[in-house]
Design a protein around this ligand. Sequence first.
Ligand SMILES: Cc1cc2nc3c(=O)[nH]c(=O)nc-3n(C[C@H](O)[C@H](O)[C@H](O)COP(=O)(O)OP(=O)(O)OC[C@H]3O[C@@H](n4cnc5c(N)ncnc54)[C@H](O)[C@@H]3O)c2cc1C
Ligand code: FES
Ligand code: FES
Length: 499
Amino acid sequence: MTLPKAQTKPLRFVKGGALHTLHDVPPDRTLLDVLREDLHRTGTKEGCGEGDCGACTVVVGHLQGGKLQTRAVNSCIKLAHSLDGMALWTVEDLAAPGGRMHPAQEALVQCHGSQCGFCTPGFVMSMAALCEQAGAKPLTRESAQQALSGNLCRCTGYRPILDAACQMQLLPPMPLDSPALRRQLKALAQSVAADKAAVAAPAQSTDSAYLAPSTLPELLALRQAHPDAQLVAGCTDVGLWVTKQHRQFARVLDTTRVDELRQVDRYPHHIAIGAAVSLQDAFAALVKDRPQLQSFADRFAGLPVRNAGTLGGNVANGSPIGDSMPLLIALGSNIVLASTRGYREMPLESLYTAYRQTCMAADEVLAYIKVPRPQRAELSRVYKISKRTEDDISAVCLALQLQIHKGKVTHASIGAGGVAATPARARATEAALRGQPWTEAMVRAAMDTLRAEFSPISDMRASGDYRRQVLGNLLWRFWLESHGQIATDIHRLDLELQA
Ligand SMILES: Cc1cc2nc3c(=O)[nH]c(=O)nc-3n(C[C@H](O)[C@H](O)[C@H](O)COP(=O)(O)OP(=O)(O)OC[C@H]3O[C@@H](n4cnc5c(N)ncnc54)[C@H](O)[C@@H]3O)c2cc1C
Ligand code: FES
Ligand code: FES
């Protein structure tokens, strides 16, 4: 059954140097469907339709402080209207008018990086974004691997593709950015703003089936007026409800244009991450304070999902196997919910009431995630157990933050994922550790407490027994690492004292 939908405003974006204006695009239509079915641009491929394979990767760009910011995203789970006012590149837009190929394309040819070719447009777009962002900075194999972490190839093998990604900089550059494009985007932004100003704001914007407010008060007013509208951020969860569950939304309320929610603010005692900050930027902010989190950040989905998805979406979605929540719980984070009635703040773990249920009221949104800055003598780690290293969801996730003074645990907070109906705090284990000596015997006792604290279910990712066993093992791993860390620290301190 097709739902009756309010009309949407025209969707405008710059593609291949030309301004496109599309009318009557339904609020829940994906960008991939617009490209392939409406615009008949079939270079972008559809593989999985769920953000997993990268065949549909495109590059989007917007102006930030006058500079063009580009990123690769999955068009199959991106709602088309989220592109309004932006620039878009698909594989058809890269070659120069005379036919000269983009360095990403040319390098793939030279390195024999394509066989059947189905995945190639997606790889080309991820590589083009990498090339654009790197500029003159030399590309490493590691940066290439990161950039291609969301692209799968089933026949060529990754070595020639990675070779191509590393070598594309040796070819004559072909930047996506240009003064002409920036002028176009500026003019487009002005006309979008003028359209907005020309209408009686709340009334007119309320009539649109795709609502993309740019301020928090506007978002809250719309949330109150339309509690039935589907709230979306990066759409990396919601997009699958459209493509896999065939759900339809008569109205969509998009948080990603709200300035206040797109900021990371650093304070002496905490950082406040806006709910609409992308996962990539949010993890960069967390890693700045705690560099040891980098490898965990790199294992959250693949780069196109991290570019589109938000930290707020991960937390609000409330999946028991969501990755950021165990970490945020262990770090002692609070969340701030906002509505036209005001703000309320609570520890993150208090948000969840049951499986995928939260205490958020129908007129509320998640506004900020407040993460404490590192403490002296803090030892923190997060471990993700999944079947694949990259682009996979956790079977079990364990995050720990301990403070150890003179061999005693003075503070312990532990977050766990994949072991209960919601992301959870391991309170019994925390209590078992607090005030105790940080010794092997103590840790072994705490491992038993941790294994007994949860009754995980068995599912396709892992059995309940395995999950329980792994939980304890991860605490053991933490002990071993912390032991090494403490030994290293003591050794370093000794050397400093001797010098
Ligand atoms: C291929 C793939 C790999 C993935 N890998 C991982 C992984 O490794 N680890 C992991 O944890 N997740 C993973 N995910 C899931 C997903 O990417 C994350 O949950 C992501 O953070 C969701 O954010 P979003 O902005 O896309 O949310 P959306 O899909 O836009 O929204 C998700 C939910 O949150 C709600 N919401 C969003 N913003 C707000 C707000 N401000 N206030 C209130 N409610 C809000 C929406 O209404 C919706 O119910 C993966 C997804 C895909 C497609
Ligand atoms: S089609 Fe597979 S990620 Fe989009
Ligand atoms: S070349 Fe065939 S899937 Fe990659």
